[in-house]
Write a protein that binds this ligand. Sequence first.
Ligand code: NAP
Length: 307
Amino acid sequence: MDKRDLVIIGGGPAGLSAGIYAARASIDTVLLERGVPGGLVISTHLIENYPGFSEGISGPDLMIQMENQARRFGVDISSANVQRIEIDERKFTLLTDHGGIETGAIILATGVQPQLLGVKGEKELIGRGVSYCATCDGAFFRGKKVAVVGGGDAAVEEAIFLTRFAEKVYIIHRRGELRATKIVQHRAFQNPKIEFIWHGVVDQILGTNSVEGINVRDVRDNSKSLLAVDGVFIYIGSTPNSFLLKEHVKTDDKGYIITDENMLTSQKGIYAAGDVRQKLLRQVVTAVADGAIAAVAAEKYLAEIIF
Ligand code: NAP
C-alpha cells in the first residue's frame, strides 16, 4: 500500500492550488484526479473576473497554466478514482481503482457536477443535442436554434457565447428576473440573437436521434408551447461531489461540506476546498484561496501529529 503524508483529491483550481502550496512546503503529497486536471473550469470559454488577466483568459488556458505550475514544483498528479475512504483514528485509507493509499491528511477538492433537469428526453439525448458545456459543443450548432435553460451566470454567459454560432438562442428561465450578475445580464439584453422566455420551464425534450424541440410550460397559467430547437444547453446549478465524505463529515442539506475558516471539516485531518464546500461564492478566485489555506492548515496539522 502506498503511503503519503497528504492526499489531495481533485485536480481543479482548488486541488492544484493546494498541490502547489503543499509541494512548496515539501509535504509528501499525491494529487489524485479521475479525469483530466482542470476541473469544470475547462468548460468555460472565457473567465473575465480572475484577477491578473486584464483581457480575460480562457478556462482551458488558465488551467493548463495552473497544472504546469503545479508540476514545476513537483506535484505528483496521479490518475485514480477514489472509491472509498476509511478512517482509523488518525490514519486514513483511500481505496482507489489503482490500489490503496494510507495518509495522515486529506484535502477533498472534488468540486461539483451539473444538475440534471430530470425531464423526459434529457438523458436519452445527451450528446445528441442535450449538452451541459457550450464551450465543448457550441460549434456544432452553427446557424441553428438552441435553448439555454437557467438564469444564473453560467446560463447567461454561455448563452452569449453560443450566439457566436447559433442564429437564435432562447434563454428559458423559470422566473421573471435573472439571477446572473448585472453586467452579464446587460450584455444578454443587448444581444439581438438572444430571446428570453420568462416564467418558463422545460417539461420534455423531444427528438428521436437528435433534439428536435422542447415542450415549454408557462408556470403562471400552465399553458404549454412547443419550441423548435436543435440543441438544449442546461445550466441550472450544480450538485457537490461529496459522496466520499458524506458518512464521515458534516454537510448541509444539499450535500455541501461544512468547514471552518481553515477549511477543516468536522473530522480532524480532513479538509475540503473549492466548490464542494458550503460557501457564499463559487468562483476560481475563491477555489484557489481555499486550496492554499487547506494546504497550510494540513501542513500544521501534520507537523503536530508526526512530530
Ligand atoms: P446558479 O447561480 O445557482 O443559477 C442556477 C439557475 O438555474 C438559477 O437561475 C435557477 O433559477 C435556475 N434553476 C435551478 N433549478 C432549476 C430547475 N429545476 N429548473 C429550471 N431552472 C432552475 O448556478 P450557476 O449559474 O451554475 O452558477 C454557480 C456559481 O458559479 C455561481 O456562484 C456563479 O456566479 C458562478 N459562475 C459560473 C460561471 C460559469 O459556469 N460560466 C460563470 C461565472 C460564475 P432561480 O434563479 O429561480 O433560482
